[in-house]
Design a binder for this molecule. Structure first.
Ligand code: NAD
Length: 482
């Protein structure tokens, strides 16, 4: 576990106390009690972190790729060894259940697995005799200093979408984790240090908007990887690009799950429930809108209400808990305002999570609305909490019309027994990640994590071959020997 109560930064291979004036308390969302204090790094400290990364770059980028991969193999062994502890840190700072945290850390390990293959993944290609006596070859090079800016909901996994691939391809890195969940990042730094990563290759600074703006405009940073809400993602994309940086910015979501009238409800409904309420709904892949298609609507709502009633609200450390708290009291209040508003707009409240049997912490029970329509705020906005909307549609065309009219396009799923419906859905749904009889269509690290519309700003997505391309730039050499 983290040794000090004051969260440190990690700059040039050293864990350091900050001289910051601004300090935030970090509560455990399940108890509301302060578990650490977070000083926001000063401008000078952030400059020092970027300078350390810049200084480390020439040597690290010249280190042979198989040697860089060896650091990843050792890092992977340490992640495996400490999986319980890493999961406990996630539960402590984020609130999700220990099972959910373990799932998150396992996903992070898959990215390290992927990064271990860098000698193969970084290979270029060539064409002999492209013209008479002339050959051409493409080779890949790292881009320089990369900054990562991450959200609170996956404090271990999301930074790990970026760090292993960026580093193994020869870049150096400055991470600014969410100011709400800064503890996992520090344990990642400790393990990278233990794995033998040279000093300055990986650095961690803390803070919020000011820290981000400094990184976005810093002349020594070449690329920005961002994951967070849509409005911030759009801002990051525009600002980083205007400052000459390569940028990938993953945004928020409003994911629709179509339940067709030929779906097996008993098998399908539990997947919809775990998609909507897993991680307390604080997941960019949360299925927050279920679309009952055809005659299935009433039965679907009944089944969802029954399954939601079986969820056990409580602290993530209790093995019986299936629905943990949301991240902060203010977020809980905002969700309650959405629930009040949806009632006022005429949506039918089926399960009401506003009253829960927990006196401390930021808990909200599972909430389900039926008869939600696309003109309602609860349908338009990403709520990011344990609230599920049910929309009724008469057929697949109407269901796809609703889905495709969302301004987001992260994930969409269909539950059906029909290959024809599945095919229509796969071709026509406007989202980057699609599931067929899958509630949370999360790709593994070997494929890119993609989103459409306001769920993604940029060209190359996170993980998979996209990430290798994002963190490298290539040269094409044309050669003739006279
Ligand atoms: P957020 O946008 O509030 O914060 C994300 C990061 O941006 C944090 O590090 C924060 O300090 C920084 N930030 C916030 N506001 C800023 C501003 N005005 N200027 C500069 N920097 C700013 O997101 P969050 O609440 O931490 O996380 C939840 C959001 O992340 C949800 O919208 C969720 O859908 C999204 N998310 C998306 C994905 C994906 O893959 N698309 C994955 C995880 C989370």
């Amino acid at each position: 576990m983290i040794a000090t109560k004051n969260v440190q930064s990690f700059i040039g291979g050293k864990f350091r106390d900050s001289s910051a004036q601004k300090v935030d308390p970090i509560p455990n969302p399940a108890t509301g009690q302060t578990i650490a204090s977070l000083p926001h790094s000063t401008r000078e400290e952030i400059d020092e972190a970027v300078a350390a990364a810049k200084k480390a770059f020439p040597t690290w980028s010249e280190t042979p790729v198989p040697e860089r991969a060896q650091v990843m193999f050792r890092f992977k062994a340490l992640f495996d060894k400490h999986i319980d502890e890493l999961s406990a840190i996630v539960t402590q700072e984020n609130g999700k259940t220990l099972d959910e945290s373990r799932g998150e850390v396992k996903r992070a390990i898959e990215v390290i697995d992927f990064a271990c293959g860098a000698p193969t993944l970084m290979m270029g290609h060539n064409l002999d005799q492209i013209a008479r006596g002339i050959d051409e070859e493409l080779t890949r090079f790292p881009v320089g200093v990369v900054a990562g800016i991450t959200p609170f909901n996956f404090p271990n996994m999301v930074p790990m979408w970026m760090i292993p691939v960026a580093i193994v391809t020869g870049n150096t890195f400055v991470l600014k984790p969410s100011q709400l969940t800064p503890l996992s990042a520090m344990r990642i730094a400790e393990l990278l240090d233990e794995a033998g990563l040279p000093e300055g290759v990986f650095n961690v600074v803390h803070g919020a908007n000011d820290a981000v703006n400094q990184l976005l405009k810093h002349p020594d940073i070449s690329a920005i990887s961002f994951v967070g809400s849509a409005t911030v993602a759009a801002y990051i994309y525009a600002t980083a690009a205007a400052n000459g940086k390569r940028v990938q910015a993953l945004g928020g979501a409003k994911n629709h799950i179509l339940v067709m009238d030929d779906a097996d409800l008993e098998l399908s409904a539990p997947h919809v429930i775990s998609s909507a309420f897993g991680n307390a709904g604080q997941r960019c892949l949360a299925g927050s809108v279920a679309v009952g298609v055809g005659k299935i609507g009433d039965a679907l709502v009944r089944e969802l209400a029954n399954d939601a009633a079986k969820l056990k609200v409580g602290p993530g450390t209790d093995p019986k808990t299936t629905l943990g708290p949301v991240i902060r009291g203010e977020r809980k209040q905002k969700l309650i305002e959405y629930i009040d508003g949806a009632e006022a707009e005429g949506a039918q409240l089926i399960s009401d999570g506003r009253e829960v049997d927990q006196k401390d912490g930021f808990f909200l029970g599972p909430t389900i609305f039926d008869r939600v329509t696309p003109n309602m705020k609860i349908w338009k906005d990403e709520l990011f909490g344990p609230v599920l909307s049910v929309v009724r549609a008469s057929d697949i065309d109407e269901a796809l019309k609703v889905l495709n009219s969302s301004t987001y396009g992260n994930m969409a799923s269909i539950f059906t027994g029909s290959g024809k419906y599945a095919r229509e859905f796969k071709r026509r749904a406007q989202a980057g990640m699609l599931g067929v009889n899958i509630g949370v269509a999360a790709p593994m690290a070997f494929l890119p994590f993609t989103g459409w519309k306001n769920s993604f700003f940029g060209d190359l997505h996170a993980t998979g071959q996209d990430s290798i391309r994002f963190y490298t730039r290539h040269k094409v050499v044309t050669t003739r020997w006279l």
